[in-house]
Structure formats: C-alpha cells, structure tokens
Write a protein that binds this ligand. Structure first.
Ligand SMILES: C[S@@+](CC[C@H](N)C(=O)[O-])C[C@H]1O[C@@H](n2cnc3c(N)ncnc32)[C@H](O)[C@@H]1O
Ligand code: SF4
Length: 375
C-alpha cells in the first residue's frame, strides 16, 4: 500500500494554480490541521493494521514550509502506525525558496530518500509572470545544494509559459537534466478562475498558442531523449531507473490512502463502501479538520466524495491510466481493431502495447476508440 500526505499551505498562491492549497493561513489553523492529520493517520493505521507501505509521498501545497518539529511528529506517527517495506520510497515536495541545508539534512534523518523541487522555469521573466516567489539563481543554487543530500532528486518544469521559446526550453531542460535524476514536464493548463486566466483574458499576459506549446514540449522531449532520460509516463522522465515508484503506483492502480484536506484514496480491500472505491476528503481545511476530529473510525470520516467503481469504470481506468505509461495495457483490453487502426502509434511487446511519443500526443483520440471497445 502507498501513503500520500497533503500539506495544503503555501507562502503565496501562484497565479496559475488551482490545486488545493492556501496562502496566509494562521498558525492556529496550521496547528489544528496537523492535529487532524496525525489523527487521520492513526485512524487509518488502526484500520489497515499490519500493512507495509511501499512508498510515502508528502505533497502540497508546500511541504517544505513545515517546521521541523511538525514534520517530525507527522513522520513519527506514520512510522508508529504502519510498517515500511525494506526498500521503501519516501518523497517530499519542496519549493526552492523554503529549502535550506539544515532542512535537507533533517529530511534525510527522517528517512526521506527522494526530493522533488518545483522549479517551473529557469527564466526570471517567466517566474515573475506566473507569480512564483523564487528566481532562477535560487532555483539552481537549491538544486545544487539538494544534490549534496539526495541521490534521488526530481524537479518540476512547466512548458508553455509566457516567455518560452524553443531555444530557452532546450537550454533549461539541458541544464536541469545535469542536476536531477527525474523530471516532470507539464504543459501549462490555464485553469478557470485563476488570476493568470484573468490576465490572459484581459490581454495583460500572452501565452504561446496550442501549436507552439506542442513544439515547445517536443523541444523538451528531444533534449531529454538526447541526455538519456526515459519517458515512462506522458509528463514524466527519469534516468537510471529512478522513476517515481509512488506515482507509477497510481497509474498501475495500486492501492493508496491519501491523508489530509482534498487528498484522494483508492481502496481495494474489504471496505463498507463496496469493492474498489475512490474516496476524497473535504478540500476546505476547516471542514477537513471538523470531519476528522469528530470521527473515531477511518470509515466514519465524512467525505467530499466516495465512489464505488463499477466493472466498466475499472476497465476504463485501466485503459486510461495504462496508456499514459510506458508499461501500457494488455492488448486484450483494447482489442485488435483499435491496435490496427492506430498501428503506427503503438509499440507492441508480448501481450501488451504502449504508445509512441506521437501516440501520446493524440492519446485522447485513441482513448475514445480504445474505451468504446468494451461496450
Ligand atoms: C501542486 S504543485 C506542488 C508542488 C509545489 N508546491 C510547487 O509548486 O513547486 C505540483 C506541480 O504541478 C504543476 N502545476 C501546478 N499547476 C499547474 C497548471 N495550472 N498547469 C500545469 N502544471 C501545473 C507544477 O509544475 C507543480 O510543481
Ligand atoms: S507553490 Fe505549488 S501548490 Fe502552492 S500555489 Fe504555487 S503551484 Fe500551487
């Protein structure tokens, strides 16, 4: 089983972000949240007794904002409540400006063995335009510092930012690839009701159009291939087999519990909701605290949503998630006809197929046919 812990606090909300994260939270709210988080971990531990975790992922928000003592108490609770497999993966997400040598050493002392830093761009005009609070120099310095502590280091990069050019993207990917083992490369999604969307609508910020963004992404892809990174998922690349085992578990539909506001869980063992269920907690920090503090059983915690998957939904998920990865799907799941129709986009290995880069670029079209095969 995998464990995700959500830390929904940020120093400042980035202009493009609609993740469940909040800036300017009071110390009181943060402390109440951590109490609830520890309690939810204990309730889950009671329910899933004798369960070994294969991976832990502390994500956000900005987990690197946490005080050392707060992080320590959360990690202690996890270790008291769950076993860990021998070669467990333990990741924490960090933002450059809140990292220090002291924190990095502390993370290692807690057993954290993988670090993921949100770089987003190595150009100050881009960083400013999207509301990040770090600059490119800080990003590079913190990556170099983190390298001294972590031999499993990842960064996030965004493509399709206001001042991106192909040459710039190639330069930044090249530079970053020399510092990390893993890179997540996301095309910017202009989310509704974000300040960035308003700025673009009002003509205050111009973004590359869709065709240009695809070209920018392909430029990144070209460099990543050249420097020996494998694409193991649509947006994820790694070298020397250092893929993110935790996230790979999501695409393989492994069981996981998500603890914290807005966190999602996927439970496949015996449970009161049904068979394979997807649960998610309240997004609102206050509602989350209230729901956890008023329950004394993991399954009594009130949820924002709880879905017991039907057989057809399970198959759709297997196809949708599997085709995102280099492991792909079983041929029998999508049928010979679809494989023939999109033959040039598939790579076949034994009884499985996965998509080429060109196939991943038109994945949504292929999915429509692949998913309707089972109906
Ligand atoms: C939820 S964030 C958490 C990590 C950390 N707080 C940070 O921002 O560096 C995870 C990643 O999602 C990506 N992301 C967030 N909003 C996005 C958007 N609107 N479009 C594309 N990628 C986005 C960013 O690359 C970010 O690093
Ligand atoms: S730091 Fe990360 S989670 Fe926080 S607002 Fe920015 S992108 Fe969102």
């Amino acid at each position: 089983m995998e464990l995700y812990l959500h830390i929904p606090f940020c120093k400042k909300k980035c202009l493009y972000c609609d993740f469940n994260s909040y800036a300017n939270c009071s110390n009181e709210l943060i402390s109440g949240y951590l109490t609830a988080l520890n309690r939810e971990i204990k309730l889950a531990g009671d329910k899933f007794q004798n369960t070994e975790l294969t991976s832990i992922f502390i994500g956000g928000g900005t987990p690197s904002l946490l005080e050392k003592s707060d992080l320590e108490s959360v990690v202690k609770t996890v270790k008291n409540c769950f076993g860990l497999t021998q070669n467990y993966e333990f990741t924490i997400e960090a933002n450059p400006e809140s990292l220090s040598g002291d924190k990095l050493a502390f993370y290692r002392s807690l057993g954290i063995n993988r670090l993921s830093i949100g770089i987003q761009s190595l150009f100050d005009d881009n960083l400013k335009a999207i509301g990040r609070i770090h600059d490119a120099d800080t990003a590079l310095n913190k990556l170099k510092l983190a390298r001294k502590y972590f031999d499993n280091l990842s960064c996030d990069l965004m493509i399709g930012l206001p001042y991106d050019t192909k040459l710039r993207v190639k330069d930044e990917v090249y530079m970053l690839s020399s510092l990390v083992d893993h890179m997540s490369v996301y095309q910017l999604i202009l989310e509704e009701n974000t300040p960035l969307e308003a700025k673009v609508r009002e003509g205050l910020v111009a973004l590359p159009n869709d065709d240009n963004t695809i070209e920018l992404f392909n430029a990144a892809l070209q460099v990543l291939r050249e420097v020996g990174f494998d694409r193991y998922e649509v947006s994820n690349f790694s070298r020397n087999g250092k893929f993110c085992r935790h996230n790979f578990g999501y695409w393989m539909r492994d069981e996981y519990i998500g603890i914290g506001a807005g966190a999602a869980s996927f439970i496949t063992r015996d449970n009161p909701y049904g068979g394979q269920v997807r649960l998610s907690s309240f997004n609102s920090i206050e509602n989350y605290i209230e729901s956890v503090m008023s329950s004394d059983d993991y399954y009594f915690i009130e949820r924002e949503s709880a879905q017991d998957l039907e057989e057809s939904e399970i198959i759709d998920e297997e196809i949708m998630l599997g085709l995102r990865t280099s492991y792909g799907v079983k041929k029998s799941l999508i049928g010979e006809e679809v494989i023939k129709k999109y033959a040039k986009y598939f790579i076949s290995e034994d009884d499985r197929v996965h998509l080429t880069d060109e196939g991943m670029a038109i994945m949504n079209t292929i999915l429509v046919d692949a998913m309707s095969f089972n109906y």
